[in-house]
Design a protein around this ligand. Structure first.
Ligand SMILES: Cc1cc2nc3c(=O)[nH]c(=O)nc-3n(C[C@H](O)[C@H](O)[C@H](O)COP(=O)(O)O)c2cc1C
Length: 195
């Protein structure tokens, strides 16, 4: 089996996003055990079926990135007990079929992490995200999920996330998700060899 590919999708477009920093720490923890890319998607337009065909260039690009990934790891903040609209917009685009090809997220292994400055720790946002990505038939790793409240207690003076208390949970989730994805890649390779 070649090196698995993890695509991280961050639900915040904010430059110094704590969730983006969490994704960067996950990348560091994963190390050389997988390829790990953070998806850039701020140029993806608001979905409007008038522009569905031909798909805008940014949509083509994010589709290709999602298609190439063996697993998708969401890092999302919580806005009003939900996940942000930019993430819903992106997933809606990715849920559409590209020509004759089936939608790229079907069957993709998915993990969810999130952090907020408040006490709710993204639990409500994560439940809403699970409802959506289960509906579009992603293969969700429901445990462990990672919810980190009060992230400002785990940043340094420069506002950089240090994850002093929660790092071990991110490490556990990374181990679990790598195993979850590897198992599915191995199963698919076994099935392909039989065919
Ligand atoms: C419109 C809006 C609504 C928010 N609602 C919640 C919320 O429901 N629960 C919560 O814990 N934090 C809430 N927050 C605070 C965000 O979680 C916090 O700003 C967080 O740092 C954003 O994530 P980021 O750093 O990755 O951009 C909200 C922030 C915004 C802008």
């Amino acid at each position: 089996m070649s090196l698995i590919k993890i695509l991280a999708i961050v639900g915040s477009l904010r430059k110094d996003s704590y969730n983006r920093q969490l994704a960067m720490l996950a990348k560091e923890i994963v190390g050389d055990r997988a390829e790990f890319e953070i998806l850039e998607y701020s140029d993806v337009p608001l979905l409007n079926q008038d522009i569905e065909f031909p798909p805008p260039e940014p949509v083509k690009r994010v589709r290709e990135a999602a298609k190439a990934a063996d697993g998708i790891w969401f890092f999302t903040p919580e806005y009003n007990h939900f996940f942000p609209g930019v993430l819903k917009n992106l997933i809606d685009w990715l849920s559409l079929p590209a020509g004759k090809e089936r939608p790229v997220l079907i069957g993709k292994p998915a993990a969810i992490s999130g952090t907020t400055t408040g006490m709710h720790a993204t639990a409500c946002a994560q439940d809403a995200l699970v409802t959506l990505i289960s509906y579009i038939n992603m293969d969700v790793m429901n445990a462990p999920r990672l919810t980190i409240p009060y992230i400002l207690e785990q940043v340094d003076e420069g506002g950089r996330v240090t994850l002093t208390k929660s790092r071990k949970y991110l490490e556990r989730q990374a181990d679990a998700f790598l195993a979850f994805v590897r198992k599915r890649v191995e199963d698919a390779e076994r099935e392909a060899a039989k065919a």
